[in-house]
Design a protein around this ligand. Structure first.
Ligand code: BES
Ligand code: MN
Ligand code: ZN
Length: 484
């Protein structure tokens, strides 16, 4: 979908959309005829955000598709939802070019948000669908946003970089595990170099030399070799010495290992790298919009498989930090990967702020479903910043507690800790495990995004499937905290 912003309506457009405020049908310009207004009222269209009324009218010797799309109270989120609703309605509708009219006084940022909504909701991946019928194929190719509002083009330039980051995360998540595995995940990130991102990759041998026994223990059952990937963007011009560090769980497939998962639904575990995908996606967004901040994204990439060399329940592994771990359940692998990735990130980049993202526990889905990601933090200020960024960006979070009482639950009789606690509070004991690898003075937050990476039904700005959750949240956080 090609989006442009122009002061005039292109004559060729076969569809025309008017954005309408709540109860704003009477404010429509004269180009919208009385029959359109009457039709919309009869269909009980009132301009609620993301509602759409569609009809056809004669214009000269042709038939024009006309849509009224609600923007409710006219917040930026409403503009975005309206753009998304248009993409959902028109994507495969037969319409090929759309022009969008805005109500008087729409600012540049509002125009750009419509473009963002259109782009995000219009995203799809048809790589492996070679027999789509004509009716299933996307038709909407060009969209012209009719506006001369100040700053619209600049705002869209910034937002389109964010949309690119979201699309990249969705692509990584959607690809099956025979295509995206640790090495190929790294390859997909290589084009970020052209945007000015510095890339560091550690292979198995280098990780062994560093003593990453926890991460390598997970990887050892798989023929796919693990990787640790670091993506660094510094747009601060040297003014931000210590980077913010984001760490992502990148389990490219999670069978559970020897503690194998049930067959039903196991295919979902191709998206157990959604944390790493969000990290790669936000790095693409930040570099794409030349964010004035210094940020490092670290992805711990492994495949968790059973096999003759797989680790066994009861094995004790030594992490890079020196702490030892009794592996009670090989399916609690994400924390084993993250603990070494987090330790390495702190040793290499001395961050003041470290945020990890992971599809860490099924228990998080039991707690919050797919409406919020869970946040755990050792710092109230950081937690507040993330909660706010999540709300503003449309990637909402909900905070959970941490405490010594929970921490005790993962003490082990044979090693420094075990990788699972009792049945209760499974998401919290997972977070407590990670906290044992956070260095003194580092402000840390753990985001358990198990319920957010993949959607069973379409949402505001995504279709069923990969959502790209986390990219906009982290981008907003960087913008709020480092680019003020
Ligand atoms: N990747 C899973 C968590 C998960 C489950 C994410 C379902 C998304 C959907 C994780 O590695 C895992 O298997 N966790 C176990 C932990 C348990 C063994 C303590 C779980 O949640 O069952
Ligand atoms: Mn698992
Ligand atoms: Zn997992």
């Amino acid at each position: 979908m090609q989006i442009s912003i122009s002061a005039t309506r292109p004559a060729a457009a076969d569809s025309l959309a008017f954005l309408v405020r709540k109860d704003g049908i009477s404010d429509l310009p004269l180009t919208a005829s009385q029959i359109i207004r009457d039709g919309a009222s009869a269909a009980r269209f009132t301009g609620e955000a993301a509602s759409v009324f569609e009809t056809f009218v004669g214009e000269g010797d042709r038939t024009l598709r006309v849509l009224l799309t609600g923007i409710g109270g006219g917040t930026l989120q409403d503009y975005e939802k309206a753009g998304a609703a248009l993409a959902a309605k028109l994507g495969t509708s037969g319409a090929s070019s759309l022009a969008v009219e805005f109500p008087e006084g729409t600012e540049g940022e509002g125009v750009a948000r419509v473009a963002l909504g259109l782009t995000l909701r219009g995203w799809r991946m048809d790589t492996y669908r070679t027999r789509l019928s004509d009716k299933q194929k996307p038709t909407l190719k060009d969209v012209t946003l009719i506006s001369d509002a100040k700053g619209a083009k600049e705002a869209w330039e910034r937002l389109s970089a964010i949309a690119d980051g979201v699309a990249f995360a969705r692509e990584l998540v959607t690809e099956p595990a025979n295509i995206i595995y640790p090495e190929s995940f790294v390859e997909r990130c290589e084009p970020l170099k052209a945007l000015g991102v510095e890339i560091t990759v550690l292979d198995e041998k280098q990780m062994a030399e560093l003593g990453m026994g926890a991460l390598l223990g997970v990887a050892q059952g798989s023929a796919r070799k693990p990787r640790l990937l670091a993506l660094r963007w510094d747009g601060s011009g040297g003014s931000q010495q210590k980077p913010a560090v984001f760490v992502g769980k990148g389990v490219t497939f999670d069978t559970g290992g020897i503690s194998i998962k049930p067959a039903a639904g196991m295919e979902d575990m191709k998206w157990d790298m959604g944390g790493a995908a969000a990290v790669a996606g936000v790095m693409k967004a930040l570099a794409g919009r030349k964010a004035k901040a210094h940020v490092v994204g670290v992805c711990g990439l492994v495949e968790n498989m059973p096999g003759s060399n797989a680790q066994r329940p009861g094995d004790v592994v030594k992490s890079m930090s020196g702490q030892t771990i009794e592996v009670i359940n090989t399916d609690a692998e994400g924390r084993l990967v993250l603990c070494d990735a987090m330790h390495w990130a702190q040793k290499n980049f001395s961050p003041e702020i470290m945020i990890d993202l992971a599809t860490l526990t099924g228990a998080m889905i039991i707690s919050l479903g797919s409406e919020h990601g869970g946040i755990f933090s050792n710092d109230d200020g950081l937690a507040e910043q993330l909660l706010k960024a999540g709300k503003d960006a449309g990637d909402p979070l909900w905070r959970f507690p941490l405490s010594d009482a929970y921490n005790k639950l993962i003490d082990s009789p044979i090693a420094d800790m075990k990788n699972v606690g009792p049945r209760g509070a499974g998401s919290i004991t997972a977070a407590q495990f990670l906290q044992r690898f956070v260095e003194n003075g580092v402000k840390w937050a753990h985001l358990d995004i198990a319920g957010m990476v993949w959607a069973d039904k379409p949402g505001a700005t995504w279709d069923k499937g990969a959502t790209g959750y986390g990219v906009r949240l982290l981008d907003q956080f960087v913008s709020d905290v480092f680019e003020k």
